[in-house]
Design a protein around this ligand. Structure first.
Ligand SMILES: NCc1[nH]cc(CCC(=O)O)c1CC(=O)O
Length: 329
């Protein structure tokens, strides 16, 4: 048996270290091999200013992928929502483990819930997707909030609230859970209000396409439902031709409970269905296209892609393209 250590390439941010550590443990379990973390410094880590200028999460991914392709590390763990939708031919997503809570949350001053934020509340988020949906919700419900663009890691973002500069900030539940700070969440945003980013809450374990033995071993960590869901979500994103920072939300999950839909338990057991919801809007929340489709749970990669494309076609017909502003690179 091969007991040589597997090298896991990771960024050194708190979130990356936490999720790499958690996956390392699972990989040890399924391969029986030790796993060592190899820290990779990315351009985005070195220079915040550079990141702001390049303006994408792609920079974080690229350095890890280069290390994989050079054979310096055996696998890498990514937040799926940070991965570009086109997969390089020489790299493989060997496993997509079961998804964590996909929701966005707020961390607000004085333990405030979203519904209890005062008039004129300032909510920090750098995400056009979050801005678009929060502003649209506020308009629809007569709320008076202001979304304030911010950047930075979790500490920096929560810091705006602690220092009293903002009333609340929006973050992903999964990220806070992984770094052990879920106790700072003051409210969960319903996905009916803010649809998460495609792939949010899910991780991807990536390795070189030539590493067949490792790919086979890591398959045990794959969760087929999560994989189908995130494939459909990312297919929607790709088909909308949106960039990684575009105001697109998507979530594939089980359809609502059978009684709410008026069908019977028997139907429910025979038909295993997946619902895909998508949203695109202008960041000011004045226009929003929000649609959903339901179909059989995809059993192949192509079926999952088709589900995403199908919803994208409907959303484009409803005017989605006009809301996305500048087309992605
Ligand atoms: N945008 C950065 C990012 N990429 C992945 C996560 C953590 C959540 C996840 O894995 O989906 C976060 C933080 C956040 O959005 O609050």
């Amino acid at each position: 048996m091969n007991d040589k250590a597997l090298r896991l390439g990771t960024r050194r941010s708190k979130l990356a270290m936490a999720q790499s550590g958690q996956v390392a443990e699972a990989v040890r379990r399924v391969t029986g091999r030790p796993v060592e973390l190899v820290e990779i410094t990315t351009y985005g880590d070195v220079s915040r200013e550079a990141l702001a200028q390049i303006g994408g999460t792609g920079v974080f991914v690229t350095a890890l992928r280069d290390a994989l392709l050079r054979g310096e590390v055996d696998f890498a763990v990514h937040s799926l929502k940070d991965l570009p939708t086109t997969q390089p031919e020489d790299l493989v997503l060997a496993a997509v483990p079961e998804r964590e809570d996909p929701r966005d949350v707020i961390v607000a001053r004085d333990a405030l819930k979203f519904a209890d934020l005062p008039r004129g509340a300032r909510i920090g988020t750098g995400s056009p997707r979050r801005m678009a949906q929060l502003n649209a919700y506020a308009r629809g419900h007569g709320l008076d909030i202001e979304t304030v663009p911010i950047r930075g890691n979790v500490d920096t973002r929560i810091g705006y609230v602690r220092k009293g500069e903002l009333d609340a900030v929006v973050l992903a539940a999964a990220g806070l859970n992984r770094i052990g700070r879920s106790d700072e969440v003051t409210d969960f945003l319903s996905v009916d209000t803010v649809l998460p980013a495609p792939g949010q809450g899910a991780l991807a374990i990536e390795c070189a396409a030539g590493n067949a033995d490792l790919i086979a071993a890591l398959a045990e960590l794959d969760d087929p439902f999560t994989r189908a869901a995130v494939t459909a979500e990312r297919s929607l994103l790709a088909a909308l031709e949106a960039g990684c920072s575009a105001p697109v939300g998507a979530l594939a999950d089980l359809p609502p409970a059978p009684l709410e839909r008026g069908d019977t338990q028997a139907d429910r057991q025979i038909v295993k269905e997946m619902r895909l919801r998508g949203v695109v809007g202008t960041t000011d929340g004045t226009a929003l296209v929000q649609m959903s489709t339901t179909g059989p749970v995809p059993e192949t990669h192509d079926q999952a892609l088709a589900l995403g494309r199908e919803l994208a076609t409907e959303m484009l017909a409803a005017g989605a393209a006009g809301l996305m502003g500048e087309r992605a690179h």
